[in-house]
Design a protein around this ligand. Structure first.
Ligand code: AMP
Length: 227
């Protein structure tokens, strides 16, 4: 079972992906995480994308397509892949179709996390921190890092804050989403792969909706390729 989580920044794609990894043994492929790892390890590519990411723009298609291609070629994809934050452009979606077909894989569902309140998204990402060890997500207003400085899940003591989790970058990220990524909603709708969920709901409620979708068979006629 291979799925895409589609939705604007702050919709909860990463949170839902982590739950699916825990519950179903799927593999999360987040291009954002891959790019941040490249930055941390100081690769030439990591240095090139740093400023673009911090400002909230999209990095070039060839870079992210290359990252996904490399990972798919490694195999070992667990019980299926969750594409989180990829594809984000029509060119990336076409490339994903080709890459999956070449590996003999198919897309089963594209879960669209619908959100109708941009201000809520800005609030969600501003003040966000994640545990560097297990990825548990905290928020200064709604779920602060415990006073003792230990992650509630793994007891880790290091927390990361993203350089692009601020109101300025969020405006650019949201614009990029509506301009470049939102057309994918129509793209996957005509392929009969689109499954909308209410991204404004509570985490558990959204997770239930997502699991309900995953346990249903793909609709007849669903296909990876239109050609
Ligand atoms: P994310 O962690 O998915 O919010 O991604 C963080 C940032 O990484 C984005 O704002 C982009 O700058 C870059 N990025 C991640 N995935 C992609 C992608 N598929 N295409 C272009 N840029 C991406």
């Amino acid at each position: 079972m291979n799925i895409i989580l589609l939705g604007p920044p702050g919709a909860g794609k990463g949170t839902q992906a982590r739950l699916l990894v825990e519950r179903l043994g799927m593999i999360q492929l987040s291009t954002g995480d891959m790019l941040r790892a490249a930055r941390r390890s100081g690769t030439e590519m990591g240095r090139r994308v740093a400023d673009v990411m911090d400002k909230g723009h999209l990095v070039t298609d060839d870079i992210v397509i290359g990252l996904i291609r490399e990972r798919l070629l490694q195999g070992d994809l667990g019980s299926g892949v969750i594409f989180d934050g990829f594809p984000r452009t029509l060119a990336q979606a076409d490339a994903l179709d080709d890459m999956l077909a070449r590996e003999g894989l198919r897309l089963d569902h594209v879960v669209e996390m619908r959100v109708n309140d941009d201000e809520a998204l800005v609030q969600r990402v501003s003040g966000r921190a994640t545990c560097a060890t297990c990825g548990e997500v905290y928020h200064d207003a709604t779920k602060p890092i415990p006073d003792d400085g230990h992650c509630t899940k793994c007891s880790g003591t290091t927390f990361n804050r993203r350089g692009d989790d601020n109101a300025d970058s969020m405006r650019t990220r949201l614009l990029a989403y509506y301009k470049e990524t939102a057309p994918l909603v129509g793209y996957y709708y005509v392929k009969r792969l689109l499954r909308p969920v209410d991204g404004m709901g509570e985490i558990d409620q959204v997770a239930q909706e997502v699991e309900g979708i995953l346990s249903a068979s793909p609709l007849p006629g669903a296909a990876v390729r239109t050609a």
